[in-house]
Design a protein. Structure first.
Length: 264
């Protein structure tokens, strides 16, 4: 069982709330994990336990206990604010990102290539094209909790009660709290993913990259991502379903461990 620690580090926006896990396998290459909006760094707790190496993550700016960005959230803004994590290791680290966190991982690799050894991208969102226009417009709409008759009960049922067969109550409750903790700003961070040119960034990636496509609504975009990134390794896992980093934590950790070991 990894030793879990929490701390704060400074960034240009204020403070970044950091989660870290020290596993028993010291030979494992170090990972930095980038969480999806609107979750915090503890999103990767189950994965980090399975990976058994050194893992760092942080609450995205404006979520959990990290200070928000001064401007409207963008992938570049998130990447800049999360960059102090790169100093956690004295050697280049592997970046692992899920959903919107995958975009932040790619942007960090472009901005700080000397500090990044490679990328692992799981379920990548691609919202480009006219067929996605209505989705892009809806992504950043505030939840409007006060306009709903019973705003949190349905979320609690779907995120906690309905997942108890796969996720322990304490863990499911923590993720539920993270999901609602930003209040009416919960969806603001989706602006980053909705306005990001994924294809242009993918074409510039020069690091060893593993793309993992699970059985999710992001599958098509993930397959596109693997096709755009030069030399990317694609692994499709139809047996991993949502929530991927809960039900599939051990599977994903094994895939990551094998890939980073063979490319380090």
């Amino acid at each position: 069982m990894p030793n879990i620690r929490r701390s704060y580090i400074d960034n240009a926006e204020g403070q970044l709330h950091v989660w870290s896990w020290e596993g028993a396998q010291a030979h494992q290459p170090s990972l930095i994990c980038l969480p999806p909006v609107p979750f915090g760094g503890r999103f990767f707790g189950r994965f980090a336990t399975a990976y058994e190496g050194s893992v760092w993550s942080a609450d995205l700016p404006g979520y959990g206990f990290s200070d928000p960005l001064s401007d409207k959230p963008t992938v570049a803004g998130f990447a800049r604010a999360m960059s102090p994590l790169l100093a956690a290791s004295s050697t280049p680290v592997w970046l692992t990102g899920f959903h919107s966190g995958a975009l932040v991982a790619m942007d960090m690799a472009q901005a700080f290539p000397e500090r990044v050894a490679g990328l692992v991208l799981v379920d990548v969102p691609v919202f480009a094209g006219p067929d996605m226009s209505s989705l892009r417009e809806s992504l950043t709409v505030p939840p409007q909790y006060l306009a709903q008759e019973d705003p949190l009960n349905g979320l609690f049922e779907s995120m906690v009660v309905d997942r108890l067969a796969d996720v322990p109550f304490d863990r499911a409750f923590d993720l539920f709290v993270d999901f609602i903790s930003a209040g009416e700003n919960r969806n603001a961070g989706y602006h980053a993913a909705a306005t990001y040119d994924v294809e242009a960034t993918c074409l510039q990636v020069q690091k060893p990259t593993l793309v993992i496509a699970t059985q999710s609504s992001l599958r098509e975009g993930t397959l596109q991502t693997a096709n755009w990134i030069p030399g990317a390794t694609l692994i499709e896992r139809d047996d991993v379903t949502a929530p991927a980093f809960e039900r599939g934590a051990e599977v994903i950790a094994a895939l990551v461990s094998d890939f980073v070991a063979s490319n380090s």
